[in-house]
Design a protein around this ligand. Sequence first.
Ligand SMILES: Cc1ncc(C[n+]2csc(CCOP(=O)(O)OP(=O)(O)O)c2C)c(N)n1
Length: 748
Amino acid sequence: MVLFVGGPAASEEPMATKTVPKPAGKALETPDKTYQGLTGKQLIEAYRLMFLSRRIDDREILLKRQQKIFFQISGAGHEALLVAAGLALKPGYDWFFAYYRDRALALTLGMKPLDMLLQAVGAADDPCSGGRQMPSHWSNRALNIVTGSSPTGSQYLHAIGCAEAGRYFSRHPEAAKKAPGDYREFKDVTFHGDEVVYVSSGEGTTSQGEFWESLNSASNLKLPVLFMIEDNEYAISVPCEVQTAGGNISRLVSGFPNIHFEECDGTDPVESYAAIMRAVEHIRAGKGPGFVHGHVIRPYSHSLSDDERLYRPESERQDEIKRDPITRLQMFLIREGILDEKGISEIEKQVSEEVQEASDQALAAPLPGKETILEFIYSPDLDPVSGRFNVPPAPAPAPAKPGATVDKTMADLINTCLKDEMRRDPRIVIFGEDVADCSREQYLKQKLVKGKGGVFKLTSGLQMEFGPDRVFNSPLAEASIVGRSIGMATRGLKPVAEIQFFDYIWPAMHQLRNELPLIRWRSFNGFSCPAVIRVAIGGYLTGGAIYHSQCGETIFTHIPGLRVVFPSNALDANGLLRTAIRCDDPVLFLEHKRLYRETYGRAPYPGPDHMIPFGKARVAREGNDLSVITYGAVVPRALQAAQRMDREHHISVEVIDLRTLSPYDWEAVARTVSKTNRVIVAYEDVLSWGYGAEIAARIADELFDHLDAPVRRVAAMDTFCAYQPVLEDEILPQANDLYQAMLNLSGF
Ligand SMILES: Cc1ncc(C[n+]2csc(CCOP(=O)(O)OP(=O)(O)O)c2C)c(N)n1
């Protein structure tokens, strides 16, 4: 008998044949017998896939040792559970957020050994990422395997958003229609009423907050999500009893309502399949999520960079090897008379040949050209900088009564933009903390309450007009708001989610830095997630203090793949928000709280189609002697200072409002600096390492010949914003600070 003992293969002989013949030998003594619904034929196929998965791992290990690939992490020991999951689910129908140990799942769903080895070598034709991601970061659009990342746990929230999107499209199939002229033109939508969204991780990852946030929402909303926990008892070197109170994740989560729970021996494909099928049945019936906790083994250390002998004694490792799923299935097949030793050897020979051939092909494959590096940071289809997004305001209607004003605040025109866009595009959903008018809808229906619609009332009336499927409150969990948006947008919805205060954006940082802007680039345009995240930002509030006054936009402009917008007035907010919604890239839309209802910058309603392209600055004030480059709430302060300079010193100051910070309008900067030869960069965030540093550095670098004076910055002090208004005034840049800087620079 050929027994597979679970060690990496030292070498594999190149094989001559190309075709994969059927296994010879004695097979299927009892062809009609099934095992928890699996036929003998399916079990033979399961064995083939499990062995194939292990052989690819072994091959990668060999290649890594030969320095032909650069990283290896194996799925060894997890194969039985994952082949069972692959057999229970439908590729291209269900959705998959798989983690790095899910090689056997990916193979069962239809990925090929060559696909995997092309990724391992980092080939141009790596179908998962075009040579950008480490091996075992699965992605395949046709199979609905959504690009995965390396951070453990962030995928859970994407699965929630994906499931919500599937449900939304099932309830509102008209929303799935393509429409020309905006992101929908490039976003195909497929959905099925009984689809399952699979998401997996190891047991260590269940320590992440994102796992708990996702369980909370899946359970509460009865979402069709299959949670798969592959418990190999270790997270690198940390054992499960250190990760999880009581040492068993099933016990901890058992109180969540609506979930069907299963705990199984994940080294046994038959038991695993039965457990997964029961969970899948519950999910497809619309009863809620399933949770399968499979106990597996990890015979190859965490990764090739880890040596588990440093923290696991030999006795423990030997015990584990006795549970090797490949050996177990092999013995099962023989015992049950499904396949004999000859048949098994035949399968193993075929698999070895296939892997050898794929490996040879991958090693000969062309590498990615350096010219591809910047491809797919943003949408290749729709450029929000282009003239296509330039739609001037419609003419303002005459005031109803003489003397009455038609001017609207920034808050009004953001609200109006959301309403107009929601009427136009049924794929838009709005959610966040407190954004609904009233979660207990009956109060609205009975007219017992007026409704809230956001702590700043920016989403007021939206739930009443568009209903709770499209406008709803989220749990108080910022990572979840952004993570769910990513899952929704990946499926084709357009979430316009709200983070209530910029000060509380940080729990979502992982999603904003490592996921949202990377989906397109890391999948080589396989997936995209053009979500809009609106955030109330900034100080000058008198009493906002530290945690209601923060800026910090620079941290986000530092992220490739994310558009960052920061309007200073009502009309721009309206036109830029519409561009954000209609475009095909993820956008962080920063709304200054102090500007929401200012008298400054009010404007008439510009109609339902007004758009401003990104990366086009506005000359807020023409001038000849000195330039101020700024944005947000510093714009009105700079204008005030400029007027005073004119009044008191006849010095004419030009004020440039950047409007969008990434991309930004370098041409406008160059134009004004070449004209006035003196420049201040002004911003509300702390001075050091702020947004102005980049602009000032580039001016010094590229416009040195045009400068008659050093580039100056005016910004907040390098501290936090204090509560007491006397301190706040001192800390944040005021019109007088700008005036002093202008005076000083003009005399340089
Ligand atoms: C957020 C995050 N923190 C740390 C890591 C480094 N890391 C990679 S895998 C891993 C252990 C994961 O353990 P577990 O979830 O049990 O899965 P297993 O690898 O055992 O299958 C760690 C700490 C990471 N990738 N992401």
